[in-house]
Write a protein that binds this ligand. Sequence first.
Ligand SMILES: C[S@@+](CC[C@H](N)C(=O)[O-])C[C@H]1O[C@@H](n2cnc3c(N)ncnc32)[C@H](O)[C@@H]1O
Length: 210
Amino acid sequence: MQIEYSRIVKWFRYNHPNKMDRLWDSLSPNQIIGKQWLVNSLQNVQIPRDENGQFRIEIVGGWYGYPLIDLLMTEYPGQIKEIDIFELDEFATKVIYRYSQIFGHTNVRIFHQDYFTYQETRRTHMVINTSCEHMWDMSHNKECYESPDRTLLVLQSNNKRDEIEHINCVDSCQELLEKNELSEIHGDWKRMNQGTPDKFIRFMVMGKWK
Ligand SMILES: C[S@@+](CC[C@H](N)C(=O)[O-])C[C@H]1O[C@@H](n2cnc3c(N)ncnc32)[C@H](O)[C@@H]1O
């Protein structure tokens, strides 16, 4: 285990002992598998970049932000200009802030707000949302981007409809693509929690807005 994760465990234990179970959930095998799968799959696509070869990322519904941010920073050292992370839950934004301090990630900006209410026009090279099952389709925000057809979207959702917060599940990569008005560059799916009654499928698509 990296020392940084040991430090966040210590911070939780002393400051938020009643939330330790949420920390463990955010670092569960499913979480690690899902985020590692995403970062490995980025090898199959070309991430758009600026004239200096760097790129900006937005993460939507990022929960505690890590391990995803750690995996991205490790995979693309010096290439990530900025990561903007949108998260509704105030406590989660505190955790992201603490993690980013511990890791020394000074280029992470945290937005404590609903992604769909942030209507600034902007240029972002890649938008990642691994929580699509929790919210509206991303196409609602398409007009906020200067070049939607040059923005890479990386989306994950699932068919786990037995959770009350899962308001926008899908049954295929095709459905996830169509709902979000994307043309496909890469799509894949994975069975999660195999061998348990709680099994479900996670879908991932990477594409650009049509
Ligand atoms: C509990 S996490 C689930 C993570 C997902 N299953 C995964 O593996 O990455 C979903 C997060 O999305 C956040 N969220 C939901 N709707 C949002 C929105 N419209 N804008 C920003 N964050 C949102 C919630 O606050 C929550 O922290």
